[in-house]
Design a binder for this molecule. Structure first.
Ligand code: GCU
Length: 595
C-alpha cells in the first residue's frame, strides 16, 4: 500500500500542474468575448481516420495536391452548443470522433491577447487553428482554453476541433454510466480578448468562520509587477488596493459589512476586480458554510436541505442542456417543489445553471464523474479526475450557491479506490478550504433484517455523507421503509442523496403496480416517513427531478431508453409523487419557521 500511495503522490503532483491550461474566467461582465456558436461543418469519422488523413488541415485542391477525401464546406452541419445525438437521428447512438470546422475573421488589437475558450466538449478533444495543433482536453463537463495570441491571423482563420465521445476503460467516467453519452461541443465556444496583463482568476468570499471579513486572492497573468489589484464592492462602500507578489498573486483580507446570501435571501453584490487595463465585474454572494456535529450550518445557523437530484438534460427537446432557458425550466421545477438545494449529478453542470442557482437561492452539490467503477490504480485516470476536480472548483469557486464538492458516486469499497478518493479529498481541501467535501455512497452493512449502517471507510475523509438507497425499488417493498432503520458509523451530517422508483407519466394502477404513478407516489410516502427517523439527518435529494435518457433502460412502452424515476416526465408533466414531495417540503418549511 505505501508504495501505491507514493506512486500516486508522485504522478499526481506531476500531472496536476503540467499539461493543462490554467482556468480562464470568461463568463464575467467586462470580458470581451466573440461567440463562435451556430452551425459548424462536420465530418463524422467512425473509424478514426481523420487524424491520419489530416482533417485538421481543412485542405482543398488549392492547398494540397493528391486526393482529398473530405470537404468540410460540402459537409453537413451541427449546431454549437449542442450534442450531436439529438440533432441527427442517425447519430443518436453514435460514439466516436466528429470533426468540426468553423471560419472566423479577426483583427488583433494592440496590447491585447486572445484565447479560444470551450465551455465543455464531450469527451476527448483536439483543437487546431489554421491547421496547427493548439492542444487537447480530456473530460466532458469542464471548461478549457488555449491562448492564440500571435497564432491568429488578421482576417480569416479556421478552427478545426476533433471531439471523440468514445468511452474509455481508463476514463472518468469509465465504460458504464446510467446517463446518455451525449457527444459534441456541448457548451459555448468563445474567443476571449483580454489586455496584455489581465485578471486570470480570483477567489472572493467571507473568511472561513467569519461573517464580517472578506478574504481571497486575485491572480494576474502578464507582467504583474507594474500593477496593483483593486477590489471594489460599491454597494458596501468597499474599495481596497493590494500589490501582487512576483508571481502576480495578490492575497487580501479586510472587514466589510455585507448582507448575507441565503436561500431565503440570495443577495448578490456587484464586485469589481481591476488591475491595469483590465476590470472584471462579477455577481458574488457572501455566506459561510460549515459543519457542527451532525448539522450543516449556513451563516452560523443550522439548515435542513430540501433537495432534488438532477441531470443536465434539456427539458422537452431532450439532449444535453446548456441554455439559460433550460436552466430556468429545470431549476424552476425545483423551486416549485419547495427546494432550497439541488444535487447536480454526476458531473459539473453548465455555468448558466450554477449562476441561476446563485440568483434563485438554491444551494448546490457539484460532482465530478468518478462514477461506479473506474481504473482506480491507473495514474493517468487519477490525474484526469484530479484535473476535472480542479477545473470544476476553478470555474465555480465564487458561487455562493455551491456548498459541496462531491468526489464520487456509488464507488466500490476497495483499497485502490480509497487511496484515490482520499487523495482527491486532500486536493479539494487544498484548492478550496471554504466548502464541504462529500460523496454519494451506497455501501452499507446489514445489522439485522431492517437495519443498515453506513460504514464505508471513505466516510472518514468526508465532511458530509451522502447515502444512496433504493429500498422499495431495487430491493424490498415501499412499505418496508416503515420499519427500516438507517444509521451511520460517523457523527457527521448525513444526506439521503438518492432514493426513488420508476413511473411512466400517465400509467396508472394500484399502489403495488410497478411503473405506475401510484407506485412511485406510495414509495415516496413511505420513504419520507422513514427518513424523519434517521439520526444526524441533514437533508435529502431524491432521484430524480426529470426522466432522462439512459442506454441501460430499453423496456419498450415504458422506459424506451429513459430512466423514469423523474418526478417530472421528459416532456414536463408532473407525476403524483411530485406533489407528495412538494407537500413534505411545505411541512418542513412551516415546522422550521415556527421553531
Ligand atoms: C444509481 C445512480 C444513478 C442511477 C440510479 C438509478 O444510484 O447513482 O446514476 O440513475 O441509481 O438506478 O436509477
Amino acid at each position: 500500500m505505501k508504495h501505491l500511495t507514493a506512486f500516486f503522490l508522485f504522478f499526481s503532483a506531476l500531472a496536476f500542474a503540467a499539461d493543462r491550461p490554467s482556468p480562464l474566467l470568461t463568463n464575467v461582465p467586462g470580458r470581451t468575448t466573440i461567440s463562435l456558436t451556430g452551425a459548424w461543418h462536420v465530418v463524422i469519422d467512425p473509424y478514426e481516420s481523420g487524424l491520419h488523413a489530416r482533417y485538421y488541415e481543412n485542405a482543398t485542391p488549392e492547398t494540397r495536391s493528391g486526393p482529398i477525401e473530405y470537404n468540410f464546406e460540402a459537409s453537413e452541419t451541427l449546431n454549437v452548443p449542442g450534442d450531436w445525438n439529438t440533432q441527427k437521428e442517425r447519430l443518436f447512438f453514435y460514439e466516436g470522433p466528429v470533426w468540426y470546422k468553423r471560419w472566423f475573421s479577426y483583427k488583433q488589437r494592440e496590447h491585447t491577447r486572445l484565447f479560444v475558450y470551450f465551455g465543455a466538449a464531450n469527451y476527448f478533444t483536439r483543437v487546431y487553428l489554421n491547421g496547427k495543433p493548439l492542444g487537447e482536453h480530456e473530460g466532458g463537463f469542464t471548461s478549457f482554453n488555449f491562448e492564440v495570441t500571435g497564432e491568429v491571423k488578421d482576417g480569416d482563420n479556421f478552427l478545426v476541433v476533433e471531439v471523440n465521445n468514445a468511452r474509455r476503460a481508463d476514463g472518468v467516467p469509465g465504460l458504464n454510466t446510467d446517463w446518455w453519452n451525449y457527444g459534441g461541443l456541448t457548451r459555448d465556444v468563445l474567443l476571449v480578448e483580454v489586455p496584455e496583463t489581465f485578471v486570470r482568476d480570483y477567489s472572493i468570499q467571507l473568511a472561513k468562520g467569519s461573517l464580517g471579513e472578506v478574504a481571497g486572492w486575485a491572480q494576474l497573468d502578464g507582467s504583474p509587477h507594474a500593477q496593483t489589484v483593486t477590489i471594489e464592492i460599491p454597494e458596501a462602500g468597499v474599495r481596497k488596493t493590494f500589490s501582487p507578489d512576483a508571481n502576480g498573486r495578490a492575497e487580501f483580507r479586510f472587514p466589510a459589512k455585507l448582507g448575507l446570501w441565503s436561500p431565503e435571501n440570495p443577495r448578490l453584490y456587484d464586485v469589481v476586480i481591476s488591475a491595469g487595463a483590465d476590470a472584471v465585474h462579477d455577481s458574488i454572494g457572501f455566506r459561510t458554510v460549515e459543519v457542527k456535529g451532525t448539522q450543516i450550518v449556513l451563516n452560523g445557523k443550522p439548515i435542513f436541505l430540501r433537495g432534488m437530484s438532477m441531470h443536465e438534460e434539456a427539458p422537452i427537446r431532450g439532449g444535453r442542456a446548456f441554455s439559460q432557458e433550460d436552466a430556468q425550466t429545470l431549476l424552476g421545477w425545483a423551486k416549485e417543489l419547495g427546494c432550497n438545494f439541488v444535487r447536480l449529478t454526476h458531473y459539473p453542470h453548465n455555468e448558466n445553471e450554477i449562476r441561476l442557482a446563485d440568483r434563485l437561492g438554491l444551494l448546490v452539490w457539484s460532482e465530478i464523474p468518478v462514477y461506479w467503477d473506474i481504473a482506480w490504480k491507473n495514474p493517468a485516470t487519477f490525474a484526469n479526475a484530479e484535473a476535472q476536480l480542479s477545473e470544476m472548483i476553478a470555474r465555480d469557486r465564487n458561487r455562493a450557491a455551491v456548498i459541496f464538492w462531491s468526489l464520487s458516486n456509488e464507488t466500490p469499497v476497495d483499497p485502490g479506490r480509497l487511496t484515490f478518493l482520499q487523495k482527491l479529498a486532500e486536493d479539494a481541501r487544498q484548492l478550496d478550504p471554504t466548502r464541504l467535501i462529500t460523496s454519494a455512497m451506497n455501501h452499507v452493512t446489514e445489522a439485522g433484517p431492517d437495519r443498515r449502517i453506513l460504514d464505508d471507510p471513505l466516510g472518514e475523509s468526508l465532511d458530509v455523507l451522502g447515502l444512496n438507497e433504493y429500498l422499495g425499488w431495487y430491493f424490498g417493498r415501499p412499505e418496508d421503509a416503515d420499519r427500516f432503520q438507517w444509521e451511520s458509523k460517523y457523527s457527521k451530517p448525513l444526506i439521503l442523496s438518492e432514493f426513488g422508483g420508476d413511473a411512466l407519466f400517465g400509467k396508472h394502477g394500484d399502489a403495488g403496480a410497478r411503473w405506475t404513478e401510484e407506485y412511485q407516489a406510495n414509495l415516496y410516502v413511505h420513504q419520507l416517513g422513514m427518513i424523519r427517523k434517521i439520526p444526524g439527518f441533514a437533508g435529502l435529494s431524491p432521484w430524480v427531478l426529470m426522466d432522462f435518457h439512459s442506454p441501460r433502460r430499453p423496456l419498450p412502452g415504458i422506459q424506451d431508453y429513459y430512466n423514469r424515476k423523474g418526478l417530472v416526465s421528459n416532456t414536463g408533466q408532473h407525476k403524483q409523487a411530485f406533489y407528495v414531495l412538494q407537500k413534505f417540503y411545505q411541512e418542513i418549511r412551516e415546522a422550521r419557521a415556527t421553531h
